[in-house]
Unconditional design. Structure first.
Ligand code: AMP
Length: 189
């Protein structure tokens, strides 16, 4: 497809907004890796690594893994060669401190963020979608806690990115295909 390459893109949105699905589609279109910190942590838990052991309980409760540990995880991942021509970050940053860490990492590479795609949908849709996924950590209380944590810690990042002119607001309550088209329009426009 015709979208420009070398893009550093963040996907921001509540759990259940569809950002994981969209990250995978867009990454294929742009030929850059989709980096999901949630997937990386789930993999670590599955592998029984030291990191996995540390984060397992926090994830199961729907809380956030600490900023310092996440900084290590993301620094290490973004140091890999496949990110040289850009990347999509799905699920990072999630706190003000993480947003600063990301800015620092990118500054050191002399690149900046190109777009922050903010995908949102009404709360009942988010809960229904999350329940539909039926992952071990997706029982209703955990879903609600994840949403509460999102509203408290992550949603406040939206304004900062808006002020920097990076925010692209995407209506997530549509078909996968329609949301994907809105995203392509937003990053090409
Ligand atoms: P996700 O699949 O992105 O919803 O992430 C699943 C879980 O992994 C979250 O509920 C958190 O416990 C943890 N997690 C993923 N990314 C982060 C992050 N950037 N900061 C803190 N915790 C995270």
């Amino acid at each position: 497809m015709a979208a420009a390459e070398n893009q550093c893109i963040v996907l921001l949105g509540p759990p259940g907004s569809g950002k994981g699905t969209q990250a995978a589609l867009l990454a294929a279109d742009l030929s850059v890796p989709a980096i999901s910190t949630g997937d990386m942590l789930r993999q670590a838990v599955e592998n029984g690594s030291e990191l996995g052991g540390t984060v397992k309980g926090v994830m199961a409760a729907g809380e956030l893994v600490g900023d310092e540990l996440m900084a290590e995880v993301v620094r290490e991942r973004l140091a890999m060669d496949d990110t040289q021509h850009g990347f999509l970050l799905d699920g990072y940053p999630r706190t003000a401190s993480q947003a600063l860490t990301l800015d620092e990492i990118l500054e050191r590479r002399s690149v900046g963020l190109d777009h922050v795609l903010f995908i949102d949908a009404p709360e009942p849709v988010l809960v229904a979608r999350a329940l539909d996924r039926r992952r071990a950590d997706d029982v209703r209380e955990v879903i609600e806690e994840r949403l509460r944590v999102y509203r408290a810690k992550t949603q406040p990042l939206v304004n900062g990115y808006r002020q920097r002119g990076l925010l692209r607001e995407i209506e997530g309550n549509h078909s996968v295909q329609r949301v994907a088209s809105s995203i392509l329009e937003a990053i090409q426009g």
